[in-house]
Design a protein around this ligand. Sequence first.
Ligand code: TXA
Ligand code: MG
Length: 346
Amino acid sequence: MKTTIYNLSKEDKNKIYKEAATIIKNGGNVVFPTETVYGLGANAYNEKAVKNIFKVKNRPQDNPLIVHISDFDMLKDVVSEVPKNAKILMEKFFPGPLTLIMKKSDKIPNVVTNGLDTVGVRMPSLKSTGEFISKCDVPIAAPSANISGRPSLTSPKHIVEELDGKVNMILLEGSSNIGVESTVLDVSENIPKLLRPGGIGIQKIEEALNMKIKGSSRDDVLKPKSPGMKYAHYRPSKKVVVLMGEEKNIIKYIQKEKKNDKIGVIGFNSLIKQIDDDIIKISLGDNEKSACNKLFSSLRELDTTDIDIIYAQGLEIKETKELDFAFMNRLLKSANSNKINTDTEV
Ligand code: TXA
Ligand code: MG
């Protein structure tokens, strides 16, 4: 398939949106940027177009897609009711990195939700995402654009590598701002339930609702829950192992392992600075925000090298900050929960 690739920051946006909207109207698919990760979108009302997304991504049929809207008018056609908690959260966090699960309308075909009576709705905050959806004039069903099971796509280079020739159009606009996906929250029942930690911190949500929500404890967050979470996720082809513990112990561990395997390391700046230069290493910056931003692209970068194993520094979560749950959730999944406490190993 011929894939048309446009760079939104370099070319005439309106002309591009018009072309993209025509593809969507004709039942095609378009990869588009959002503030979280890139999405692979189709007309949410077009069953055939939605089915094709599952095919392109090789995504299991029973993992429902979320629906992206550009304004509140579109919401009326997507959900059958808006619960009180959803209203509060939408007022505060839409547009933004939050997906709310609500009762679906009859207009949304079953293929989008895998027959569930609920649908995930998100209104992205990146300006061009809103412009693109609004030009299409239909809600856009879109999962993260990566091939199923692989790390999500956040950088133009990796998007073209993975999807050129597989989709109708790719819209690029630099690297994703947040770098991990939206927070998924089920608000279809009285007490909301966290299904996936993400771009909006759980404390902010609990504060806005003035209540404790289900599934928001540290243990809960690191266990699979939403329908898609039972599958392998965010995995590069190389084995990933998460290293916990004091930096001096992580370094000792790495020195030891370096003798057995060809290794690569990703970690926070302070650790990376102390790692020998003969080891392939990538810094995640200084905090959980930069770490989320760089995680998926770093895993993909290391995947293209000839190392045998990726060691990744984990984050000890003490007092939770906005993005630390999301970071550790994605990292542990990419490692298939393979974790070593170096404080007790060395
Ligand atoms: O930031 C994001 O959310 C990105 C961008 C592109 O918007 N999208 C994204 O989509 O991450 P996806 O399909 O990779 O993840 C959506 C998650 C999946 O774990 C899915 O199982 C869950 O949301 N989900 C979707 N609809 C659901 C529903 N009706 N009930 C429960 N979980 C649902
Ligand atoms: Mg995904």
